[in-house]
Design a protein around this ligand. Structure first.
Ligand SMILES: Nc1ncnc2c1ncn2[C@@H]1O[C@H](COP(=O)(O)OP(=O)(O)OP(=O)(O)O)[C@@H](O)[C@H]1O
Ligand SMILES: [Mg+2]
Length: 266
């Protein structure tokens, strides 16, 4: 994948009420999600500032996907609330300003790259010349321009991830919710993805991203360490390492998990 060109221009959702850097773009208050007996999100409160690249880190089943799906409005909270861009979720008004890349591919395998992108454009009301321009731009940007008319079933895993990302961002959202965008992606392409996220971030897109790759954590402005639906700790990667006295994020995570449970027991 080549170095992406800085071509992503203000999309249709970017024109009014820009979130201002440093102001909260997401405010979560005492959020709970109960699936039967299982508490997937346990009284979680946090705020994410506009301009951040916020990483959600945690083992399988810690609630990352559930939280992201609640932010998108796809999962209804049992209690508590979420505000995004000053609107209580779910809110039709903010939907076009949010881009969501699901953990499992949301692509139609029997459609081409262009057809898949058209489908997402139509959902967001992008039509005609603007639609064509955005599709061309995004496919160029994820280095799939030469495969625009190929059927997705012929794509490799990494190509599908690139196309999924292009679909999630085609409408120029101000907030990108990316659920394990680099799963199954080789190290070189992972780096390219993160260079791309950094560039989007520079262009004013706030990013919330879940990952199991702890080397990616270093590229986030802040991290939320999750376990069993609880936010164990959140801060910049540097600060989390400093506070825990550990040399790497894996050990820092274990430190915060142990400290949390020790405090709970006492
Ligand atoms: N629709 C559902 N019905 C019942 N339980 C669910 C549902 N969705 C999620 N869960 C449960 O909620 C918990 C959190 O799941 P979630 O998918 O949010 O974790 P995750 O942190 O994204 O994990 P992974 O790293 O494996 O993607 C898990 O125990 C899961 O089984
Ligand atoms: Mg998940």
């Amino acid at each position: 994948m080549q170095e992406p060109e800085p071509t992503l221009e203000a999309g249709p959702a970017q024109q009014s009420q820009q979130p201002v850097d440093g102001e909260p773009i997401v405010v979560i208050d005492q959020l709970v999600k109960q699936f039967g007996k299982l508490r997937a999100i346990n009284n979680l409160s946090m705020a994410i500032q506009a301009g951040e690249t916020y990483g959600l880190i945690g083992p399988n089943g810690s609630g990352k996907t559930t939280l992201i799906r609640m932010l998108v409005g796809l999962v209804k909270p049992t209690s508590g609330s979420i505000q995004i861009m000053h609107e209580r979720v779910p809110a039709a008004k903010i939907a076009p300003r949010i881009g969501y890349m699901t953990q499992l591919s949301a692509l139609y395998n029997d459609l081409t790259a262009r057809e898949n992108m058209r489908f997402f454009c139509n959902i967001y009301g992008l039509r005609g010349k603007e639609q064509k321009q955005r599709i061309d731009e995004m496919l160029e940007r994820v280095d799939l321009a030469d495969r625009i008319d190929s059927v997705v079933s012929t794509f490799s895993g990494g190509m599908k991830q690139r196309l999924s990302l292009a679909c999630a961002l085609v409408h120029g959202p101000r907030l990108a919710l990316l659920d394990e965008p680099t799963v199954g992606v080789d190290p070189e392409l992972r780096r390219t993805f993160w260079d791309y996220f950094a560039q989007l971030n520079k262009e004013g897109v706030t990013i919330i991203v879940s990952t199991h790759h702890l080397d990616e954590a270093a590229r986030c402005t802040r991290l939320g360490l999750m376990r069993s639906g609880i936010l164990l700790a959140q801060d910049s990667p540097h600060e989390l390492l400093r506070q825990s006295g550990q040399a790497n994020m894996e050990d820092a995570f274990l430190y915060f998990a142990r400290s949390f449970h020790a405090t709970e027991r006492s």
